[in-house]
Design a protein around this ligand. Structure first.
Ligand code: NAP
Ligand code: SF4
Length: 677
């Protein structure tokens, strides 16, 4: 009997059967934009199909150039283009999987001067003002949607998903905030929902009864002027009547100022809306958002909140997520930590997506491990993310690996990250590596501070230094004061912190420390009701779009001032999709921030600063505790003696370069070296 009986159960759709209840949700990877990348895209899908995903939904393809996400981006509008998709559909079918193409018309979200919308209203997330469509223009869009679905069928897809949520084109017609029309496509809700319903009806008519048509419906808009629950329910029933095979749920418009998928969002935070939707329709309902674990997926299904579970990023993180779940080995899953760093942040930065915990994602072919020609004895020093990734990759290839770690547990900086409220998921990566070390047979030497003599005396053919970083001392006069702590003292050694706190440095770690001190423990990320109160998320039957009142702030336990020498906001180097969430959290908790400062000294009154250009009077930032978060320096004292002895040493992670080190770079460097040695 499966450990996850509901998740592993097939779903009979009448004309076809999905092998289980998992859906790989649509996610743009950047490989969709040029057919030259389809070989890599095919390998990416094939790996997920081989890993037993029930239904794969592709990244979004525009039905015409007016629907482009960005100029010359992914589009399916011609027979010639459809032929190029055959490599994708064949790759999935060869592995026994099923795949649907997502038809995504960006509307006013298009980063393109050709974008169109119900009304001439610019969105806050695109610099382009859309052209308002005429009635004939609307008919052209419907024909484009229909043609795109027909072409998808010709290309061998098992179905399409019509993107009707997240604030894209069809969603823009539904909401009065973006639809100011007075013709039969605007005004009353019946008129506003005419377009999505017509699109589904015409697609069904054109593609026949035995083709999967998923409609992604926005169940919670999280914007002013969004839909009420009655409107969502009315639309759902109409979409079912128009011939959709199933409904997938979408949460939040892209312009919403409430996080919907970041790691600080509680797991399955929105699945309750799936239960609501199921009361309205007879077709299967798929739930989504922050479901990254088979046990959570199973409990969502068991609670009657959905018939299927959509996970997008979790399949980037581990193509074998379902295979491992079905085999009863969930502990082996490389869990998506919802950091967005290598997926969404890459896409928003114009790069191809990959994954922080799985750098092979979207470049499977170049990351395939090959058995080592000669098994070598390799010493890896340091069990932080770089050392862990390197050690398990080497061992998987057949090398004999000894991993030395001076602490009594693995993890390095990642261990500290996992202690930050809202970053609890990071502990999953440590659990995963713990499993992988065992599985691959790495000899793990914990609590062992290895010396260069030890390494030289050993029989190691290769030595990898992944010894990480040490906190930088900024050299402020008086910094040897007992009130001065480093972030390691606070996050790792639980050193007591006074009521008033000055944080020197407002980079990623400064923000983490501020969140650690300001947020309640346990964090709202572990308590869905508290999280909803914190962000003002409510029932869409009570308030349009589910936008409720943000509850009175819970003040921070500490009076915190963050500082930095340069101009700018705290966490300026953090990813676009998450930095705003951290800043909003700190603001809610009353954390102060000062940029453009010069640190003069630390004296009994606190931290003395003045303006960065040295002008103006000295000011005192009163502080019981001053926490140094001023970056790091590489820790590599082992390097010189080993090199002096004529040994070639491989440096990775922070030991190689401390500046802008993060887990993404560390894991990728470790994995690449592990593949190359
Ligand atoms: P960081 O982001 O580079 O920030 C270092 C901070 O220290 C800056 O605010 C810098 O600001 C200040 N600083 C540098 N030299 C200083 C000096 N000599 N005296 C005083 N202040 C000094 O580095 P980090 O905070 O240590 O983080 C390390 C890396 O991990 C970064 O790449 C970061 O993005 C990443 N990280 C990411 C996350 C995440 O959630 N994604 C979380 C934590 C860390 P001024 O020079 O303006 O004073
Ligand atoms: Fe998940 Fe982070 Fe990987 Fe994206 S980069 S798939 S959020 S672990």
């Amino acid at each position: 009997m499966s450990r996850y009986p509901l998740l592993s159960a097939p779903l009979d759709l009448g004309f076809t059967t999905l092998r289980n209840r998992s859906v790989m949700g649509s996610m743009h990877t950047g490989l969709e934009d040029r057919s030259e990348d389809f070989k890599d895209l095919a390998a990416y899908y094939a790996a997920r199909a081989r890993g037993q995903v029930g239904l794969i939904i592709t990244g979004g393809f525009a039905p015409n150039i007016e629907g482009w996400l960005s100029p010359f981006g992914s589009r399916l509008a011609t027979r010639a283009a459809a032929r190029k998709h055959r490599i994708l559909t064949a790759a999935v079918h060869d592995e026994g999987g099923k795949v649907a193409l997502q038809v995504l018309h960006a509307g006013r979200y298009g980063y393109s001067p050709l974008c169109v919308a119900p009304s001439r209203l610019k969105s806050p997330i695109s610099p382009f003002t859309p052209r308002a469509l005429s009635e004939a223009g609307i008919e052209r869009q419907i024909r484009a949607f229909t043609r795109c679905a027909e072409l998808a069928r010709e290309a061998g897809y098992d179905g399409v998903e019509v993107m009707g949520s997240e604030g894209y084109f069809l969603n823009q017609f539904l909401a009065s905030r973006t639809n100011h029309r007075t013709d039969r496509w605007g005004g009353s809700y019946d008129n506003r929902m005419r377009l999505p319903v017509e699109v589904v009806r015409r697609i069904r008519e054109a593609t026949g009864p035995d083709f999967i048509v998923v409609y992604r419906i926005s169940v919670l808009d999280l914007v002013e002027g969004g839909s009420t629950w009655d409107e969502v329910a009315l639309l759902a029933r109409a979409i079912e009547a128009a011939g959709a095979t199933m409904l997938n749920t979408g949460i939040g418009w892209h312009e919403a100022r409430i996080p919907t998928i970041a790691t600080s969002v509680p797991r399955a935070a929105f699945s309750w809306l799936g239960a609501r939707l199921k009361q309205e329709v007879g077709i299967p309902v798929c739930v989504s958002n922050r479901i990254n674990d088979p046990a959570v997926a199973e409990s969502v299904l068991a609670a009657g909140e959905g018939d299927l579970v959509s996970m997008a990023r979790p399949f980037l993180a581990d193509p074998d997520f379902m295979a491992k779940a079905l085999a009863g080995r969930p502990e082996r899953i490389n869990t998506c930590i919802a950091c967005n760093q290598a997926c969404l942040d890459h896409i928003f930065g114009g790069q191809k997506a990959s994954c922080l915990v799985n750098p092979a994602a979207c470049r499977e072919e170049s990351f395939t491990p090959r058995k080592a020609d000669v098994a070598r004895h390799v010493a890896v020093v340091g069990a932080g993310p770089a050392g862990l990734a390197c050690a398990v990759t080497l061992a998987e290839r057949g090398h004999d690996v000894t991993l030395f770690e001076s602490a009594s547990v693995i993890g390095g900086q990642l261990r500290m990250a996992a202690r930050i409220p809202g970053k609890e998921e990071y502990a999953q990566t440590l659990r995963y590596y713990g499993e992988r070390l065992e599985e691959t047979g790495v000899r793990l030497m914990l609590g062992r501070t290895v010396t260069s003599e030890d390494l030289l005396a050993g029989t190691f053919d290769s030595i990898v230094l992944a010894t990480g970083v040490v906190p930088r001392s900024p050299g402020i006069p008086g910094e040897d004061d007992p009130r001065v702590l480093s972030y390691v003292d606070v996050l790792e050694h639980n050193r007591p912190v006074g009521r008033s706190v000055a944080i020197v440095g407002s980079g990623g770690i400064g923000v983490d420390v501020a969140v650690f001190l300001a947020e309640p423990h346990p964090a709202p990320s572990l308590d869905a009701a508290a999280w909803r109160r914190q962000w003002g998320v409510t029932d869409p039957s009570e308030a349009r779009g589910g936008l409720g009142t943000v509850y009175a702030e819970v003040p921070s336990r500490h009076d915190i001032t963050m500082l930095q020498r340069r101009p700018g906001r705290p966490g300026a180097g953090l990813g676009k999709t998450t930095a705003w969430i951290h800043r909003a959290t700190l603001k809610k908790r009353g954390v102060k921030h000062e940029a453009n400062v010069r640190y003069e000294r630390i004296d009994p009154a606190g931290l003395i600063v003045r303006a960065a250009d040295g002008t103006g009077p000295e000011r005192t930032i009163a502080a019981d505790t001053i926490i140094m978060c001023a970056g790091q320096e590489p820790r590599r004292s082992l390097l010189a003696p080993l090199e002096a002895a004529g040994r070639k040493v491989h440096l990775i992670g922070g030991a190689a370069k401390a500046g802008e080190l993060d887990a993404k770079r560390a894991i990728e460097e470790g994995t690449r070296l592990g593949l190359a040695l």
